[in-house]
Design a protein. Structure first.
Length: 229
């Protein structure tokens, strides 16, 4: 079987598994059945069992990561729909996003100093709390590794899925924007998916904080890279 044909089969398999897993998750909304977790685990097992090189798998499936860019732009729609709410609370949302960025940077610097997480790993960690298109661009300017950054972004999002609701229940947050903002600022697209299930306002606010945090992180990337030089 040619490499191109095998790569196309993996693309089809990835799509079939994702949508099948999505249907299962709707009926049984358990954390471990989240498509991002379950589908990835199945694909890893198949790739390893068939001894398929990653380059072969990624050959045609590279279009799926590319779609993250247009998907991120599409999040502007709920922002537009809730523009009155955002215009009313723009200062609180901006400060909340900045606080999330500062917390992420502080945590990375702490790991760098206490646990000795140096070099590429530390610089790749800096961009973990924003969505993948922003994170990869920021990591490039920081001198980090695109592969490591991608892994850290996914791990951060999964932690957001797992711990987001329990943590927010412990916090005395009554306003809907206060419940939506942390998802977008700390857990990017994964958190956004949870926020949208909570409510439309929460989803719009999560979209805004996710995009705002991503843009600010990219703009600050050269400076942030010097912190770990």
């Amino acid at each position: 079987m040619s490499t191109v044909l095998l790569s196309l089969l993996f693309l089809l398999l990835t799509l079939v598994l994702f949508y099948a897993n999505q249907a299962v998750h709707r009926r049984h909304p358990h954390f471990l059945l989240t498509p991002a977790i379950c589908t990835s685990a199945i694909l890893i097992v198949i790739v390893q069992a068939t001894s398929t090189p990653f380059a072969t798998y990624f050959g045609e499936t590279r279009w799926l990561p590319w779609l993250l860019g247009p998907a991120t732009v599409a999040f502007a729609l709920p922002i537009f729909q809730e523009r009155k709410l955002i215009r009313k609370h723009w200062l609180a949302l901006s400060l909340g996003s900045c606080a999330g960025i500062v917390a992420s940077i502080a945590a990375t610097l702490l790991l760098d100093r206490v646990l000795g997480v140096h070099g590429d790993m530390a610089r790749s960690l800096l961009a973990r709390s924003v969505s993948t298109p922003f994170a990869l661009e920021a990591s490039r300017h920081m001198g980090g590794s695109a592969q490591l950054t991608g892994i850290f972004v996914v791990m951060t999002g999964l932690f957001g899925l797992m711990l987001g609701k329990p943590l927010l229940k412990l916090l005395p947050l009554r306003m809907r924007i206060a419940r939506g903002a942390p998802y977008g600022a700390a857990a990017h697209g994964f958190g956004l998916s949870v926020a949208r299930r909570v409510g439309t306002e929460e989803g719009a606010v999560a979209s805004l904080t996710m995009i705002f945090s991503g843009v600010v992180t990219v703009l600050l990337a050269p400076l942030l890279g010097r912190l770990l030089a």
